[in-house]
Design a binder for this molecule. Structure first.
Ligand code: BGC
Length: 760
């Protein structure tokens, strides 16, 4: 009887599964996926795993045709945009990237929906700090600036708004957040990251994922993609794509935790492998990474996408596969689900299946994951965007206001001998100069040029905020690579005639400035001081004898040592986004009290790299002969127009068991004359441990709004998770012994109150 019953139940389950119509929005997603999968040919399945650059992108490239650098431009030899349209209609393409216009997305989607099974495309785009790689969308401050605000709520809001702008133009999948831990300032992509601290990167990454993905019920939500897995931020010489040779311990302590948090807590829907090899194995063929760590250990259920043609590079660059086809084989068998991007995949992967090398069941796993994402995003029901309605969402007032507020919170005041905030009565004639003074460079990498009326440059911001001041401008072009001595000299001459000089220097990250870029993807440097003639400009303007202040716009730390020694004020604006010019001006003129703190150490020279605050105890046993052991500006540091006093650090207990929480509380007083926001930081140190531990590690932070004269008591909870580390056997444990708690306004010892507790 029992057997009959069991048979009936199984038979019912099987029948009901097949009965499901994959187009039925009320059926459970797993069943829709299986029903669809069961009807797909192997060609259609492998096509779902492939991505292409948008047809307009390809049309533009076609014009330059053979002369193009095929790899960087995504040129497809022998193929034109119409071929892609045809393949789409045949259901042989699963995804497009770099489609930059809503009507193009809708056009391609119509073709996909008219294919045999009508499987919608998923459109991916690098919406890193807003969907601003496409025109007419909000460009928020880049991630390094967002991290300096230590404002996870703001990061969430930015991602949520970005998701809305994406869906407004039929984009469904952002290649963000970048949760690389950036500990090498020479690397050009620092601006895309949340800085050097694993905990801060994890928390900011989590906020972004939650903002993008919402409840993943379709509508306004987009899929997040955590990248680049793993450790591409610490390549040899800081050079993008170069090998990362990093111990298993450092990977687990520094680079992997943001992924674990993103997967376990954020349920990140997709993941991108990194260009580099990790300890000898190209990430794109690392089973250890994709399967063992991400899926088996952390529970990743989304899909893995390759980075730009990096599967091919297993063969062409890394020489770790004898042919392209073998590279496809290795990558898929290691856990790869989607190929970014190209024309050989479909044919060669189908061959691999037909030859019996890749089991079809392995292909099914990947397709299942991709289809699940498409169903969850509601693409089968809602494949198009309303181009007219979308215009109301993109760059709307609310989003621009967020961008402005985020910029205000992300600008770090590095030095101020009292000249700031600027006195409008004293400084009536002001010279403004430098490559970033009146330029869209303030938007940073992964931004397309936007309409000038939508961008507030720093010069425009100054004119807006201090209309009574006479601002004179000397143009230095928009890249330090092409500065002209005559313009430097012109600024130097004019500097003598004014009351104050503002030099806006730094780097050029804007994508469109090909040939002029010094920072951003593939723009790595040996030195990190002001590039080209910029230091000459600062020195000559300073030689006028008139007060000279420096505003830095850059996506990586700038070693402004001479400037720090000589100038009365330095402001680091990072890349503050499309309305960043207003925020910079508001800070210079004191309309906004700066609050941001550095999410990354600023070294005195690239020779100090690697330099990060959470180093091991022996790191600075001896100093280098030619440079102090101290950074120019440390992690967590940033000035305000107020002063804050920390007192009375108390722990809730002096002793805890290894599975217990402990609270740390402290009083913070605004002892200045202005209202402000202080970013309080909590660090811990495991005083003696079997395996060496960092001298301090950030484990908590809070933005505390304080009126002038006001005091507040705040508290942090430390959980066993905060105290845990990998012991000598690489087991994650809380070791008994003494822990030191440090609370204060920066990572510098002199700033921190301390207390201790014991773990029994
Ligand atoms: C970058 C990725 C990016 C991809 C698509 C690659 O070159 O490394 O971060 O998502 O291009 O634009």
């Amino acid at each position: 009887m029992k057997k009959i019953l069991l048979f009936a139940v199984v038979a019912f389950a099987v029948v009901s599964c097949y009965k499901v119509d994959y187009k039925d929005p009320n059926a459970p997603i797993e069943k829709r996926v299986e029903a669809l999968l069961s009807q797909m040919t192997i060609e259609e399945k492998v096509g779902q795993m492939n991505q292409f650059c948008g047809v307009r992108h390809v049309e533009k490239r076609d014009k330059k045709a053979q002369a193009d650098n095929q790899d960087a431009q995504g040129y497809y030899p022998g193929i034109n945009a119409d071929t892609l349209r045809k393949w789409t209609q045949q259901g042989l393409i699963g995804s497009y990237l770099h489609v930059l216009e809503a009507d193009e997305a809708n056009e391609l989607q119509r073709l996909a929906m008219s294919s045999r099974l009508g499987i919608p495309l998923i459109f991916g785009i690098d919406a890193i700090h807003g969907n601003c790689l496409a025109p007419n969308n909000t460009a928020y401050p880049t991630s390094i600036g967002q991290a300096c605000s230590f404002d996870t709520e703001m990061a969430y809001t930015i991602a949520r708004q970005c998701a809305k702008e994406m869906r407004a133009m039929n984009m469904h999948w952002t290649f963000n957040p970048n949760i690389d831990v950036a500990r090498d300032a020479r690397w050009g992509r620092v601006g895309e990251t949340f800085g050097e601290d694993t905990y801060l990167v994890s928390q900011m990454g989590l906020a972004h994922i939650k903002g993008y993905q919402g409840d993943m019920q379709g509508g306004d939500d987009v899929l997040a993609c955590i990248k680049h897995c793993i450790a591409d931020s610490q390549p040899v010489n800081g050079a993008n794509h170069a090998p990362s040779d990093i111990s298993e311990r450092t990977l687990h302590e520094v680079f992997l935790p943001p992924y674990e948090v993103a997967i376990r807590e954020g349920l990140a829907g997709s993941l991108m492998t990194a260009h580099n090899e990790i300890n000898g194995v190209p990430c794109h063929k690392s089973k250890w990474l994709m399967q063992d760590k991400m899926r088996d250990e952390y529970g990743f259920t989304g899909f893995v996408v390759s980075d730009w043609m990096d599967i091919e590079r297993i063969h062409t660059l890394h020489k770790a596969a004898p042919s392209r086809k073998e590279a496809y084989y290795q990558s898929i068998m290691a856990g790869m689900d989607m190929h970014m991007h190209g024309i050989h995949w479909n044919e060669e992967v189908v061959e691999l299946v037909k030859e019996g090398r890749i089991p079809e069941s392995r292909i099914d796993e990947s397709v299942r994951r991709i289809l699940t994402a498409k169903f969850r995003l509601g693409l089968f029901e809602n494949p198009y965007c309303d181009e007219v309605e979308g215009e109301k969402v993109r760059m709307c007032e609310e989003h621009r206001t967020t961008a402005l507020e985020a910029a205000r919170n992300s600008i770090v005041l590095l030095k101020n001998d009292g000249i700031l905030p600027l006195d409008v009565k004293k400084y009536k004639r002001v010279l403004v100069t430098g490559i970033n003074a009146d330029d869209e460079n303030i938007m940073g990498d992964w931004a397309a040029p936007q309409k000038p009326e939508n961008v507030t440059t720093i010069l425009e911001g100054l004119r807006q905020v201090a209309p009574q001041t006479n601002f004179l401008f000397v143009d230095q072009g928009n890249t330090p690579k092409k500065m002209k001595q005559e313009n430097v000299d012109k600024a130097a001459r004019l500097a003598r005639t004014v009351d104050l000089n503002i030099v806006v220097a730094g780097e050029t990250s804007l994508r469109a400035r090909r040939g002029g870029k010094t920072c951003g993807e593939n723009q790595d440097r040996a030195e990190i001081h002001l590039y080209g003639l910029q230091q000459d400009l600062v020195k000559k303007v300073y030689a006028s004898g008139k007060p000279t202040i420096l505003v830095i716009v850059a996506g990586r730390p700038q070693a402004v040592v001479w400037e720090d020694e000589h100038l009365p004020a330095i402001v680091c604006a990072w890349e503050p986004g499309m309305v960043g010019g207003q925020a910079v001006a508001e800070i210079l003129y004191g309309k906004v009290n700066p609050s941001a703190k550095l999410a990354i150490t600023i070294p005195r020279t690239s020779g100090q790299v690697q330099m990060y605050y959470n180093h091991k105890p022996s790191h600075y046993r001896y100093k280098l002969q030619d440079i102090p052991n101290k950074p120019l500006y440390p992690f967590g540091y940033g000035l305000s127009y107020s002063t804050y006093e920390y007192s009375d650090l108390q722990l809730s207990k002096s002793e805890i068991a290894a599975n217990e929480n402990i609270e740390a509380s402290v009083t913070i007083k605004n002892t200045g004359a202005r209202d402000g926001v202080e970013i309080a930081q909590l660090y811990i140190r495991d005083c003696y441990s079997d395996v060496t531990r960092p001298v301090k590690e950030l484990k908590g932070f809070e933005r505390v709004a304080l009126k002038a004269g006001e005091s507040k008591r705040i508290s942090f909870t430390l959980t066993p998770e905060h105290l845990r580390y990998y012991n000598i056997e690489m087991e994650r444990v809380v070791e008994p012994g003494t822990f030191k708690v440090m609370v204060g306004p920066s990572s510098q010892d002199k700033d921190l109150l301390t207390a201790e507790f014991e773990v029994k």
